[in-house]
Design a protein around this ligand. Structure first.
Ligand SMILES: [Zn+2]
Length: 273
């Protein structure tokens, strides 16, 4: 009888020992997994993904996969566009400023302005900007016959393509005037804008910059004219502030690509949202 009690006690002690050892292994295993998981998240957060967001990159998610700042570290893409150039003394200054800041822009060129400015246009393409068509004579396409409109666009496109080699064709109709006939006959996407700086009214650089910073948001297309000194300075000032606020400036084509929208001929585009 006494022997049985001892046997049972030894068995109980052994069982307790086995349970205790198993538990230690289980806890150690969990810790290992947790550590491995965290180091994986940190590697992603501090790597290439964040490196392409100007001014950002410090808000790596913890372990939930949801950024702690509620998505503010997501890329904020926006497009800045310049019409009516190129012009010596303003467009070349702008190109230097854009290059310094790593900004890609879209230029809508008037065919008449090409002669004498060939180098500037080549430079645009070389710097990764998109060169678009603003007709040869800055005409209202909505008031032209389809034949005359096509001629205006073809003449300008021919000049630009021979300089840049760019196949992408984008048209910005002067005055933003679009007709049903134009939409039906044109072979390119039509790009208008969602943020109008009205820089041609003689605004100061400071006013232009303030307006852009206060109004422009992700997915917008900003309209400026690179033939005014104040527009160039205002654009660069706005870019400096917006880059600090996490914005990335891309060409119009890139803006739509990044939003999964494929641009079609004859359709009008103002923004991505
Ligand atoms: Zn224009």
């Amino acid at each position: 009888m006494e022997k049985n009690i001892w046997k049972r006690m030894i068995l109980l002690i052994l069982l307790a020992l086995i349970l205790s050892i198993s538990y230690q292994f289980f806890v150690a295993g969990s810790r290992f997994h947790l550590k491995a998981g965290n180091s994986h998240v940190m590697a992603e957060g501090s790597g290439a993904e964040n490196a392409e967001i100007p001014g950002g990159g410090s808000s790596a998610p913890e372990s939930s996969g949801v950024p702690a700042d509620g998505g503010a570290s997501q890329p904020k893409y926006i497009a800045i566009t310049f019409d009516d150039g190129p012009k010596q003394g303003t467009t070349d200054v702008l190109l230097d400023g854009l290059k310094e800041r790593g900004v890609k822009a879209t230029f809508f060129i008037i065919g008449q302005q090409v002669e004498g400015n060939e180098e500037i246009i080549r430079q645009m393409a070389e710097d990764g900007h998109l060169v678009g068509n603003h007709t040869f004579n800055h005409v209202n396409l909505a008031k032209l016959s389809s034949t005359d409109g096509a001629k205006e666009l073809a003449e300008c496109f021919g000049e630009l393509q021979s300089l840049t080699g760019q196949e992408d064709c984008l048209v910005r109709p002067p005055y933003g005037e679009v007709s049903d006939t134009l939409k039906k006959n044109i072979d390119c996407p039509i790009v208008l804008w969602s943020v109008d700086t009205r820089d041609w009214t003689g605004k100061s650089a400071g006013d232009i910059a303030d307006y852009i910073v206060a109004t422009a948001k992700t997915g917008d297309i900003i309209l400026l004219h690179d033939i005014y000194k104040d527009s160039v300075q205002g654009a660069l000032m706005a870019i400096d502030t917006m880059q600090k606020n996490g914005y990335t400036f891309v060409t119009v084509t890139e803006l739509f690509e990044k939003n999964g929208i494929s641009m079609e001929s004859g359709k009008v585009y103002r923004k991505t949202y």
